[in-house]
Design a protein around this ligand. Structure first.
Ligand code: GRF
Length: 217
């Protein structure tokens, strides 16, 4: 049985699209049962509708600071569709600790840096200002602290001297679209387990070679 997944978005939805594409493969271990947006104007909604997946809009704005009120409505929608795993994909609303606790080990997020470096806003600018030579993207389980939580998968890219936040973000996005479906696959196949707050992986089949940058020859 495929695991039933909800993707939560607030914006562009390119990671959502990557997950939807991956889940179209017959042997993918999860099915995207619904895409939920907390904003009616999220650009990703159109992509979702075109793909034929079920789409729901649950606007968070009317709830203001009443996070629990919004989450109760969200939880209802998730229950109604028998959702087992949540993938946050550019979802710009913080959850209460209670909601996060309820979904601990079953809710993933993606962030465009090699966490724990550069959490929060403007991760690409943070990476450039720090002068790191490698950056990347991280898929992690969600905990109450923002952009923290057990790391499931990371992918790295080189950072060039002439990079801008835009060029770096484009390069990292390519990696995001590769690792998010892979991380969901691991979770859906029960190949990851949480041990003492860390994520461990069974049956890893191959490793890419090391990435060293810059090199003169
Ligand atoms: C991505 O960079 C993701 O890592 C971050 O928000 C951005 C969402 O982009 N959490 P998209 O909506 O998936 O295109």
């Amino acid at each position: 049985m495929k695991r039933r997944v909800a993707i939560l978005i607030s914006g562009r939805g390119s990671n959502m699209a990557a997950l939807l594409r991956a889940a179209m493969q017959p042997d993918f271990p999860a099915e995207i049962a619904v895409v939920i947006s907390n904003r009616a104007d999220a650009a990703g909604l159109q992509k979702a509708q075109e793909s034929g997946v079920a789409v729901e809009i649950i606007e968070s704005k009317p709830f203001g600071k009443d996070r629990a009120g919004f989450e109760a409505k969200l939880q209802q929608a998730l229950d109604a569709r028998g959702i087992e795993i949540i993938c946050l994909a550019g979802f710009m609303r913080l959850f209460t600790a209670e909601f996060v606790q309820r979904w601990y080990g079953r809710m993933l997020n993606i962030h465009p840096s090699l966490l724990p470096s550069f959490p929060g806003l403007d991760p690409h600018g943070q990476a450039l200002r720090a002068g790191v030579k490698l950056s990347g993207a991280t898929v992690h389980f969600v905990i109450p602290e923002t952009d923290a939580g057990p790391i499931v998968m990371q992918g790295a890219v080189v950072v060039r001297d002439n990079d801008t936040p835009d060029t770096l973000s484009t390069r990292i996005l390519g990696v995001e679209h590769r690792i998010y479906p892979e991380a969901l696959k691991l979770l859906a196949k029960d190949l990851v387990r949480l041990e003492d707050g860390l994520c461990r992986t069974s049956s890893v089949e191959r490793a890419d070679h090391s990435l060293i940058w810059p090199m003169v020859s």
